[in-house]
Design a binder for this molecule. Structure first.
Ligand code: PGA
Length: 269
């Protein structure tokens, strides 16, 4: 696990944007796993800006989002489809027909959405780069604590903690979904490379548990310790509870020197 610490969320987003852009220069038809939430918004803004300047094109990209609420229509402003359109897709040259979320259309059986989504990801050739945030309870996607570490895309019940964390995004009186369809932890682990972004002091405990704690279903993000290609980009406040910080900083310097000398390496590049 490569842990890289930056001054603030702008720098985290800049580095993440660099990595996405570099992957697209090697593989213009890359398949991205995308995330919603407050954390990746800064990254999306930077990518929109680079697209506007002509520095990167998303025209060949296929995307699969991590999750979607169950119980609100995909067109609802609170849906993650609406979030992605508003925060990213509507502002870049991506072909929306190739942007996917595990949405459940009204009347559809939600239990069939997961297996269908898995099949679509497989058909697209698998995910090259998965973007992740992390919940204060250590969740990735909506894989809440106690989720099977080998789970696939399925319906999950949100924990009271997640409901409370996300309540800030709902107006009083607005219905907040209690269920979601999320890529499973096994689905996420199948991605060829993973980029996890975490910013702010409220994430410090979850980041420390993920990087330095035991692998446990009670901190779903800790399974990333078992993935071969994970980069964790965090800002100072999110790094504040890490014990081995000096080592991560030294390793990041060494890795940067290696990359400057030999270039970025992608397993399938
Ligand atoms: P946030 O959510 O970026 O809004 O903090 C992250 C998550 O819950 O995965």
């Amino acid at each position: 696990m490569e842990v890289v610490i930056f001054r603030d969320e702008e720098q985290v987003a800049e580095r993440a944007a660099d990595l996405l852009v570099r992957m697209l220069s090697v593989k213009p038809r890359a398949v991205f796993g995308l995330a919603t939430g407050s954390t990746p918004i800064v990254l999306y803004r930077q990518l929109i800006e680079r697209n506007r300047k002509g520095e990167v094109s998303f025209s060949g990209v296929t995307s699969f989002n991590l999750d979607e609420y169950l119980g609100i229509a995909p067109g609802d402003p609170q849906s993650y489809r609406s979030f992605m359109d508003r925060e990213f897709f509507d502002h870049v040259d991506i072909d929306k027909a190739r942007t996917h979320l595990p949405s459940c259309e009204p009347g559809d059986n939600p239990q069939l959405v997961g297996p269908r989504y898995e099949a679509m990801i497989r058909k697209a050739g698998g995910i090259d780069l998965q973007i992740l945030g992390i919940g204060q309870n250590g969740h990735i996607g909506f894989n809440e604590p106690s989720s099977s570490l080998v789970s696939r895309t399925r319906v999950k019940t949100l924990t009271p903690r997640t409901m409370q964390d996300n309540s800030r995004l709902f107006d009083p009186g607005e219905i907040q979904p209690r269920l979601a369809i999320t890529m499973g932890i096994g689905t996420i682990m199948d991605a060829r490379s993973i980029l996890l972004l975490a910013t702010g002091e409220r994430k410090a405990g979850a980041v420390a548990a993920m990087v330095e704690g035991a692998v446990s279903a009670m901190c779903p993000a800790s399974i990333l310790q078992m993935h071969e290609r994970v980069t964790v980009l965090i800002d100072e406040p999110a790094a504040s509870k890490l014990k081995n910080r000096e080592y991560y900083e030294r390793a990041a310097r060494e890795n940067r020197a290696l990359k400057e000398r030999f270039g970025e390496f992608y397993a399938d590049g």
